[in-house]
Ligand binder design. Structure first.
Ligand code: GLY
Length: 429
């Protein structure tokens, strides 16, 4: 069997989980991760090239004879890494720059949803502060009890969406995005949209430009604190599948199918991983946003449940023959608890603290610990980011998967560590 030399782009928990799953493929030869983390270094070779350095990654791939590249992060996709690799005849999993606009431009995405009849909230687009201010003042004068949502159109490290419950919050959001330019050019256009109630659900689909394959549903927990309180983070924990979610057919028929057809009509077929973030009001799924890559920490639970060879799936997507693959999932549930640095998501959290106990956690049944913000320093494993580890557990029931994951968490220590104690709790009742 021919083995492939593979490059994975990114350095978070998502990439450690993808690398872990790729390692199980008999077709995987040498695996490089750029830039990777201390977890990927244990199972692959880390390459000191930033995920946003498209030219550097291309030069590396050409020099090393990389046969297949997988892009984990959003920003290289928005920068056109897929187009750059394809122009040199290299195989790469991910959407082109044009198709990746579905995530990189909220304005593009909302307009495409409207054109394609995909259920989403009503919205308007603003480029000047005065008009945006007028809109939020009008909203709170008419509906003072109803939140409004303000989003910077471009990529903003997951921090560009503001759910505003009061006029003062909305004015502050507009000031940060449009006046202080906290998100730079990402805030040149602003989307102001209706607030949708209901729980959030994450959908993932492998796409080959013509057909798609839906994953089981997952649920992330974005607020930092128990009870969905506190500031929004990149995600503090996930479960999959979501036991009460029964809208997969609606998602295929009303969301994923029409949006892929819409992109194809625009001449930008989507090849890669499409991740719609949904709200689930009683009326049925509403799309909050589309992402053009795997979710983090959704990937950590998905990789624990995926049975089929991931490299086979990636290759089939890129070659437009996803229909040939029978994508299978293990029965049962998976849970991921994110262990984060004290102070995260505020940017001034401290790092460099030694981490202990991962080995003890991983000898427990059903536990795999995925690294995110970790590195080796002076022979020690230390914290190097906001989200540090994703402790995953699997089980026949959701409760069992959560129990396993939390037992793993109890083994691990680093100064200032924080984690949510109620991941999955909403779905246990
Ligand atoms: N789960 C949040 C994200 O990946 O954007």
């Amino acid at each position: 069997m021919d083995q492939m030399k593979v490059l994975l782009v990114g350095g978070g928990g998502r990439e450690h989980a993808i690398a872990w799953k790729l390692r199980q493929s008999p077709r995987l030869g040498k695996l490089y991760v750029a830039p990777g983390n201390a977890g990927t270094a244990q199972i692959a070779e880390n390459v000191p090239v930033k995920a946003t350095d498209v030219e550097g990654l291309l030069a590396f791939a050409l020099k090393e004879g990389i046969e297949f590249t997988i892009v984990g992060q959003d920003d290289p996709l928005a920068l056109g890494i897929v187009d750059a690799f394809q122009a040199k005849g290299l195989k790469i999993f991910g959407p082109t720059q044009a198709a990746a606009q579905i995530e990189a431009s909220k304005v593009f995405s909302k307009r495409l949803m409207k054109e394609s009849g995909v259920p989403t909230t009503l919205f308007n687009v603003y480029t000047d502060h005065a008009s945006a201010l007028e809109e939020v003042r009008r909203h709170f004068a008419a509906y003072s009890g109803l939140p409004t949502v303000i989003k910077a159109s471009g990529l903003a490290l997951g921090k560009g969406a503001y759910v505003c419950h009061t006029l003062a919050e909305a004015e502050q959001a507009l000031d940060e995005i449009m006046v202080k330019k906290l998100h730079g050019g990402a805030g040149d256009q602003v989307v102001i949209e209706e607030y949708a109630g209901g729980q959030e659900v994450s959908i993932h689909a492998f796409c080959d430009g013509k057909s798609f394959e839906l994953f089981p549903s997952a649920q992330d927990h974005k607020p930092a604190l128990d009870g969905d309180k506190g500031p929004n983070t990149g995600g503090m924990g996930t479960i999959a599948p979501v036991p009460w979610f029964n809208a997969s057919d609606a998602v295929s028929e009303q969301i994923v199918g029409p949006i892929l057809a819409g992109l194809q009509e625009k001449g930008s077929p989507f090849i890669g991983l499409l991740y719609p973030g949904l709200k689930m009001p009683e009326t049925g799924p509403m799309v909050l946003e589309f992402n053009a890559r795997f979710g983090d920490p959704e990937t950590q639970v998905y990789m624990r449940l995926l049975k089929t060879d991931l490299l086979d799936i990636f290759e089939a997507c890129v070659e437009g023959r996803l229909h040939e693959i029978n994508v299978e999932w293990n029965p049962g549930f998976a849970a991921c608890i994110v262990m984060a640095s004290g102070g995260y998501p505020s940017p001034d959290y401290k790092k460099g603290f030694p981490i202990t106990g991962i080995d003890n956690a991983e000898i427990l049944p059903g536990i795999i610990v995925f690294h995110a913000g970790t590195k080796q320093a002076d022979g020690k494993l230390v914290t190097s980011g906001g989200r540090v580890l994703g402790v995953t557990g699997v089980g026949a029931t959701l409760q069992e998967a959560l129990d396993h994951a939390y037992h793993g968490v109890e083994c691990i220590r680093f100064e200032g560590m924080q984690y949510r104690k109620d991941i999955g709790a909403k779905s246990l009742v």
